[in-house]
Design a protein around this ligand. Structure first.
Ligand code: ZN
Length: 91
């Protein structure tokens, strides 16, 4: 069962509220919401929006953005959360 990431509230991003509503709507209407937000982050500088570090590293997602899978995650010392002792930061 996937669980919603509590750190980013299932969005895959931190500080998503800083993005203007009009740009959020545009991202939601695009074919790839997460890519649209990544593009927004790349194009805009005056903000603290970032990829949720539980969900991805900015280059790739660890799984479905905003979700964690109990049976895959955390995956211990060899997993993406090894830097945090094998625990994703929202647990
Ligand atoms: Zn997250």
């Amino acid at each position: 069962m996937p669980t919603t990431c509590t750190r980013c509230e299932g969005t895959g991003f931190i500080n998503l509220h800083q993005i203007p509503d009009v740009d959020i709507v545009a991202a939601e209407e695009s074919s790839d919401f997460h890519q649209a937000i990544l593009d927004w982050i790349a194009k805009n500088t005056d903000h603290d929006v970032s990829v949720c570090d539980c969900c991805g590293d900015g280059d790739e997602w660890y799984g479905v953005p905003g979700e964690h899978y109990n049976n895959e995650d955390p995956s211990g010392p060899n997993g993406p959360y090894a830097y945090n002792g094998g625990l994703c930061e929202c647990h």
